[in-house]
Design a protein around this ligand. Structure first.
Ligand code: ADP
Length: 281
């Protein structure tokens, strides 16, 4: 897999006034269905995401992490409660194309090249297609030379890099990541984690990451929200004490291991068990 270029692309940061938003969620509940078949997915969620920080949501499978992300993205309506992104409902920032969401399945269009998949995000946001900007961003995520490749010609990790580039090309103010590396192998995932934190840092973006991996949460996030089993509530908020920029070396630091243990304990995971949560629902 090609290495990611170390330098930041000048064009993507110059001139733009980057003001990351605050996200405030109050009294949020979300139920699916009605009557006896009703599922209460989220209960009494009161959280804030600080501007320009990355927050990770961890919790048992089925506790409502993806639902919470989808509600913040304006893809699901809450049953009760409010979500405000800089004082506006998600629909307002969504309409302006200022939210980007990446899912586990990279969901690239298979008949389009990598370049065209990224260009499509600009077209959908009714922005001019900036070919040079796309090339620079694809280089930053390590896909130089693969601009004309179709998704089927790429590895899983490379498809996720393309999906991240597609998210970032519109310079979103709010970046929502739902298990973005859930489908790639563990070693590639580690590398992508370190690369994503470098790409994300300093972009003026508020981020939310849903993940099953405690290490991924600790490496990428500033704050970790640990959720209870369904109906999901926020059980604990843990601040990650690692400095930025995050590097692969921090994976070996005492602070990293201490925080992983703290999150595992909050999740009720035995220290001797693997720290990646089971994916089965
Ligand atoms: P997680 O991301 O933590 O694994 P989800 O947010 O996907 O959990 O799901 C939380 C709960 O809500 C689960 O019980 C799931 O089955 C249910 N759920 C999610 N989406 C829907 C839906 N569209 N219709 C009915 N139930 C749903």
């Amino acid at each position: 897999m090609p290495a990611i270029r170390r330098s930041e692309p000048a064009r993507l940061n110059v001139g733009a006034v980057r003001v990351p938003p605050a996200v405030a969620i109050e009294g949020l509940t979300k139920a699916f269905g009605r009557g006896e078949t009703q599922t209460l997915a989220l209960a009494e969620i009161d959280i804030g995401l600080r501007p320009g920080t990355m927050t990770a949501l961890v919790g048992p499978s089925g506790c409502g992490k993806s639902t919470l992300l989808r509600v913040i993205a304006g893809l699901e309506a809450p049953s009760t409660g409010t979500i405000e992104i800089d004082g506006e409902p998600p629909e307002a920032i969504k309409r302006r194309g200022e939210i980007a969401v990446a899912f586990q399945d990279a969901s690239l269009l298979p008949w389009l090249t990598v370049h065209s998949n990224v260009a499509l995000a600009l077209k959908l946001a009714r922005r001019p297609v900036d070919d040079q900007g796309i090339r620079e961003l694809l280089t930053l995520v390590g896909l130089q030379g693969f601009e004309r490749a179709k998704p089927a010609e790429l590895s899983g990790g490379m498809r996720q890099r393309a999906a991240i580039a597609r998210c970032l090309i519109t310079e979103p103010r709010l970046l929502l990541l739902d298990e973005p590396f859930g489908a790639v192998d563990e070693l590639t995932r580690r590398r992508l984690n370190v690369e994503l934190s470098r790409i994300w840092e300093g972009r003026g973006t508020t981020g939310l990451l849903v993940t099953h991996s405690i290490q991924e949460a600790v490496l990428l996030a500033d704050e970790i929200l640990v959720m209870t089993a369904r109906p999901g509530r926020i059980a604990t908020r843990i601040t990650v004490p690692l400095p930025r920029p995050r590097t692969g070396r921090q994976l070996n630091s005492a602070a990293f291991h201490r925080t992983v243990e703290q999150v595992a304990a909050a999740l009720g995971i035995d220290e001797d068990e693997p720290v990646t949560l089971a994916v089965a629902t």
